[in-house]
Design a protein around this ligand. Structure first.
Ligand code: PRP
Ligand code: ADE
Length: 177
């Protein structure tokens, strides 16, 4: 069942108090990827979720860097392409850029202007939403580049930080804490 599979994945996510700063409870997704069955289960759950909620999605956009763990494999499983939102200074050619705040710092993101077609149907993916600053910035970039955002998808949502309230697009998550 869906619940059994969600529980399998959730049991593999580890928790680390006071990392990377005092007061932050860090949720680590990497043990899921280290477990071949757990990662397969997670990919199956994500693909099923997307096929049932956004069947007409045309491009997956993933956030630097943990969105890159899921974006390309999910895009391949769906038979569509992948494009990255990167920390600034890493992408060649013409880009759009925005600055943002996150749970434990500040950064800026860029997207290649050529990576999205006008009105292309986009699903944005990341491992986790905390304050929502990263996802909000990614949405701004995708819209600047002409994309039509169907949904923002994260594996993990940290409920107490209300990140989804900052994002003015539908936010879907598999696991909540
Ligand atoms: C983490 C995480 C999300 C973001 C969530 O990435 O992977 O992208 O923070 O935080 P927010 O909702 O408060 O914006 P981080 O910036 O630590 O970079 P990384 O993926 O390179 O580890
Ligand atoms: N990114 C922002 N906050 C985080 C947290 N608590 N755990 C893992 N990644 C994060």
């Amino acid at each position: 069942s869906g619940n059994k599979r969600l529980e399998e994945v959730k049991s593999l996510v580890s928790a680390h108090p006071d990392f990377p700063k005092k007061g932050v409870l860090f949720r680590n997704i990497f043990p899921v990827l280290r477990d071949v069955h757990g990662f397969k289960t997670l990919c199956d759950l994500i693909v099923e979720h997307i096929k049932s909620t956004s069947p007409d999605v045309e491009l997956i956009v993933g956030l630097d860097s943990r969105g890159f763990l899921f974006g390309p494999i999910i895009a391949q499983l769906l038979g569509i392409g992948f494009a990255p939102v990167r920390k600034s200074g890493k992408l060649p050619g013409e880009t759009y850029k925005v600055s943002y705040k996150l749970e434990y710092g500040e950064d800026s993101f860029e997207i290649e202007k050529s990576s999205i077609k006008q009105d292309q149907k986009i699903l944005i993916i990341d491992d986790l939403i905390a304050t929502g600053g990263s996802m909000k910035a990614a949405c701004e970039l995708v819209e600047k580049a002409g994309g039509n955002i169907l949904q923002c998808f994260v594996v993990i949502e940290l409920n107490c930080l209300n990140g989804r309230d900052k994002v003015n697009k539908p936010v879907h998550s598999l696991l909540t804490y």
